[in-house]
Design a protein around this ligand. Structure first.
Ligand code: FES
Ligand code: FES
Length: 140
């Protein structure tokens, strides 16, 4: 019962009905893929963004092999970043997710996974783009 009370209904909703589960083609030039792990527990999160011609995140998908809080955090993150620019999305803090989902302190690292994953997806997208405009550097 103690544990049950610690979990806010928003976590449960995102856990039972996670939004935007799935994946996108990794080699698509419009897609950025973030794959991160939590050192604390070994859980893994993959988060992918699709970026439109205006630099806006038009689609987001995730797959998380982890605890309920990690699944809820990634589900929340996918909804949060849709429609944002890369800069805006890169500024989202895990503390915001934790607060929004009312995660208990021991579950803070689960929300950190979502912050790491979106940053890593943005980095991947940007490096693919810069490889495109610097073909020699990319070894083409
Ligand atoms: Fe095992 Fe998160 S610690 S699922
Ligand atoms: Fe490790 Fe949630 S991600 S316990």
């Amino acid at each position: 019962p103690l544990l049950a009370r610690a979990y806010h209904e928003k976590v449960i909703s995102h856990y039972e009905q996670p939004r935007n589960v799935g994946s996108m083609p990794k080699n698509d030039i419009d897609v950025g893929t973030g794959l991160v792990g939590a050192p604390a527990c070994g859980d893994v999160m993959k988060l992918q963004i699709r970026v439109d011609e205006n630099g806006i995140i038009s689609d987001v998908k995730f797959k998380t092999f982890g605890c309920g809080s990690a699944i809820a955090s990634s589900s929340y993150m996918t909804e949060r970043v849709k429609g944002l620019s890369l800069d805006e999305a890169g500024k989202i803090k895990n503390t915001e997710i934790a607060k929004e989902l009312c995660l208990p302190p021991v579950k803070l690292h689960c929300s950190m996974l979502a912050e790491d994953a979106i940053r890593s997806a943005i980095r991947d997208y940007r490096s693919k783009r810069s490889a495109l405009s610097n073909p020699k550097q990319a070894g083409f």
